[in-house]
Design a protein around this ligand. Structure first.
Ligand code: GSH
Length: 111
């Protein structure tokens, strides 16, 4: 008789489906060779939060737009439901406060 799938397995499978089908509420602007970008994406993956990764390494126009939109010059810049929340440290602070999942759930997907 086959073994019933574990709860962990079911949750992982559900998140995979969400990743495939749900418009993503989290958008993260990154560059290559950016430690904070990697940490932010690792955290999102750990929490199984789907995200859209936009690499702006070679895109000066996008970098200028990001500075205007966020008032910050560093990457990553993370948007939830179209609103800038800051970089990795702000993402981690939301997570540590137990607010990240709710913010993502509240965030309307990026257009
Ligand atoms: N406090 C920021 C630090 C981000 C940061 O220092 N990022 C570096 C790259 S890993 C950066 O953007 N440096 C300036 C630049 O590349 O122009 C965060 O948590 O995201």
């Amino acid at each position: 008789m086959s073994e019933a799938p574990s709860k962990r397995h079911c949750v992982a499978a559900a998140w995979e489906a969400v990743n495939r089908e749900m418009p993503k509420a989290v958008r993260i602007y990154t560059t290559t060779y950016c430690t904070f970008c990697r940490l932010a994406k690792d955290l999102l993956r750990e929490r199984r939060i789907p995200f859209e990764d936009l690499d702006v390494t070679e895109d000066d126009e996008a970098r200028r737009w990001l500075v205007e939109a966020t008032g910050r010059r560093t990457v990553p810049q993370i948007f939830i439901g179209g609103k800038p929340i800051g970089g990795y440290e702000e993402l981690r602070a939301l997570d540590e406060a137990g607010l990240l999942a709710a913010r993502v759930a509240d965030g309307t997907p990026n257009a």
